[in-house]
Design a protein around this ligand. Structure first.
Ligand SMILES: Cc1ncc(COP(=O)(O)O)c(C=O)c1O
Length: 334
């Protein structure tokens, strides 16, 4: 599948590395674990959103936009990446931030991503938890239009068919790299939230008829609810790229067993995953997304989900800026 016909802005350092994780593999007794370093995409501390934003910003520029508008939680990595993309291309950036967590610390409110959003020049507007976020962003767009501006609204997490193109591209990259390294991928494990990353991967691997399973580890809602949400984006994304054969609903797999009490709320498994990745592989995960996804991978490996000779690729989706917002949980003696 060729993605060359879609407008695209250069933002990411690609390809990102695909690396074997020997010490984590040994500690768990298999499967063979690899990490796809999408934390190294390079834009303002990197992460998965850079790939999506290449296509979203590409479309925005093609439409002549002068302002990017997007939304997210206070420690949103997507917001930080959007602010950086706007800065790099000289666009204004308007952000609607949801106060999604009821209990937070000063570091959560002021450090990590939110600090970087301010440094990157975004204009931040706060709304209470539970606010209908897309209408709030559309209201900002109306305001910008009324002043003669040309806004482009990016949905939460950049998750629509245009953003998902970034992860179709990533699936193709993983197939190419694993082929060059001489192994066949059995399963890809990835954190799933606003769904675009997993949806793009599913479409990319299915389009290539690769047989690769994509297991999403939900960071926000129960597995079946998340699967339905991902599939809801898989279908229009497949249609958008003109995929000829249908993708079966069963090809969308999400595990909701590692959310804990809720989005952004730490779990013991997440803390153990951060510790193991850091101390065994020198790899920094994040507390909200990749940490919970790795907690799922570790637990499922321990429960024998994969044979020792199978190959599992963990997608490191970035998000480490949020570590500094979680000092109260991760710092101190442990
Ligand atoms: C670091 C990180 N990992 C994973 C995800 C989940 O990706 P998606 O929202 O496309 O499901 C996000 C989304 O915000 C993220 O910031």
């Amino acid at each position: 599948m060729q993605l060359g016909k879609y407008p695209r802005a250069k933002l990411a350092q690609l390809p990102t590395p695909l690396e074997f994780m020997p010490r984590l593999t040994k500690a768990l007794g298999g499967p063979k674990l690899y990490v796809k370093r999408d934390d190294c995409t390079g834009l303002a501390t990197g992460g998965n959103k850079t790939r999506k934003l290449e296509f979203l910003l590409g479309e925005a520029l093609a439409q002549g936009a002068d302002t990017l508008i997007t939304l997210g939680a206070v420690q949103s990595n997507h917001v930080r990446q959007t602010a950086a993309a706007a800065a790099k291309y000289g666009l204004k950036c308007e952000i609607v931030l949801e106060k999604r967590l009821s209990q937070t610390t000063e570091a959560y409110e002021r450090n990590g991503n939110i600090l970087l959003d301010k440094m990157l020049g975004a204009n931040l507007r706060y709304v209470p938890g539970g606010t209908a976020m897309m209408p709030a962003a559309e209201a900002v767009a109306d305001e910008i239009r009324a002043k003669g501006g040309r806004p482009y609204v990016i949905p939460g997490g950049g998750s629509n068919p245009v953003g998902a193109l970034g992860y179709i591209d990533s699936a193709q990259e993983i197939l190419r790299q694993s082929g060059e390294m001489g192994f066949a991928v059995d399963t890809v494990v990835v954190a799933t939230g606003s769904t675009g990353t997993q949806a793009g991967l599913v479409v990319g691997f299915e389009a290539a008829q690769s047989g690769v399973d994509v297991l999403g580890v939900s960071v926000r809602q129960p597995g079946p609810v998340q699967e339905a949400a991902v599939f809801k984006l898989v279908e229009p994304t497949a249609a958008f790229v003109g995929l000829k054969h249908p993708i079966a609903r069963e090809r969308v797999m999400a595990d909701g067993g590692y959310v804990g009490e809720g989005y952004g709320i730490p779990t013991p498994g997440m803390i153990e995953a951060l510790d193991m990745a850091a101390k065994l592989e020198g790899l920094l995960l994040d507390p909200v997304y990749s940490g919970k996804a790795m907690a799922g991978l570790i637990d499922l490996a321990r429960k024998g989900r994969w044979r020792a000779d199978q190959n599992v690729v963990f997608i490191h989706t970035g998000g480490q800026a949020a570590l500094f917002a979680y000092e109260s949980v991760l710092g101190g003696p442990r």
